[in-house]
Design a protein around this ligand. Sequence first.
Ligand SMILES: O=C(O)CCC(=O)c1ccccc1C(=O)O
Length: 475
Amino acid sequence: MTTSHIICPLALQARYRPHAPAVVGPACTWTFADLEAHIRTAQHALQQDAQLQGASIGLLPRRDVQTLAWLWAGWRERRRVVLVSRRWTPDERADALQMAGVATCLADDDDALPAAAPVAVHPRSRRAEDASVQARSCASTLQLQGDATVIFTSGSTGQPKGVVHAWRSHFYSARGAASVMPLRSTDCWALSLPLYHIGGLAIVMRAALAGAAVALLNNPVRDWTTRRITHGSLVATQLKRLLEATDGPPPPWLRGLLVGGGPVPAGLLDEAHARGWPVHTTYGSTEMGSQVTTTPPGASRETLATAGHVLPHRELAVRDTGELAVRGPTRCRAYLTPTGRTQSFDADGWLGTGDVGHLDAEGRLHITGRVDHQFISGGENIQPETVERALQALPQVARAVVVPVPDEEFGARPVAFVEPAPGTAFAPGCYRTGLQGRLARFKHPDRYLLWPDDLPNRMKIDRAALRNRAQQACD
Ligand SMILES: O=C(O)CCC(=O)c1ccccc1C(=O)O
């Protein structure tokens, strides 16, 4: 097999644009020459330090220049960099690292892992590179094939699994992203997502390939409006905060805000669009190296309601069940699970996403729900999320969840739990009228039930529990 290498894009920048900004911090800026020196120091440690040997190296990332240096150093030294979340407990981190075959994890504190863990902690912060390190020969190429990163996702099952990407996934992800959000070397992308998430890591790749800077900020809202940040990646909640903390149009230098990681509420899109904020909606996944589809610059409000079109270097297919499947050069290589390395792809390389959706006549992706939530009623597929969205668009509804209950005639019928909007009473008749003309008749819930107030107030609603309750109520 031929192994393909590419020159590390940061090494190129360090050679040809050494004084250009690479990392913009809250207090200072590092040039590409500075960043290169940090990377070489880290590469030197990876070559020399007995504790840092082995094919995989763990990293508990922070948003700082050392973390960026370790990432690039690991890749240049052909290591697999295993990123673990700062939000996890020490035990959870140790389990994940062990699953990925890591012997040593780069972290700041000795208590980053449990004392008894079979994974060692190595100090992440290294300072003062000396001249001898600089002179030493360090690889400045990247291998496109071969494992480059492991990022953990909890998926829909709750059991964390490691998603293994080759460097080529990240490379093609960034390349394709540039088709809708072209970056210039004078641009600066704010690193507003953690680096143990694909959305954070993807920022590093996009900026590196374009020779643009990455901004490490403390106070997103303030920094966004006072620094010359041209691009950002946000989840809907961050966009909401940004719009609340500002008035009117965006700063004139802001060119693109990628908003992903889940659906964006319609009201939020209305406001961003009306105020002229350069929002791009997107659909992606850890498995696909971040974006699969994205809306173009200057998209209409109607287009922003979709997830946009498929980017280069990705393929998307809609299965007979309505489930979306993905493949292409940005797709992950494998999953790491407690029982070993698995490939959940079919014979043609397609990976089922668990999401249900369709492409419209203009090639824009509409996500309508999760495959494991949908049910068949009288031979027709119903996606609870579609009914929920229609209900939540009514002013009298704060929150709605739709579940199927068994039905003799139709197999299953939808039942809705509704939390009335503040100051309104629970009013099934009003919801029924409200849905008229907005939703196909067969999707209208047969019954409305009041939102149970003893339901745990978790981020993710327990649909199985609601299903049981609905069934009891209908018996
Ligand atoms: O949904 C996912 O798991 C990926 C989400 C993601 O990567 C993302 C999340 C927020 C903003 C931008 C991006 C992105 O695709 O780069």
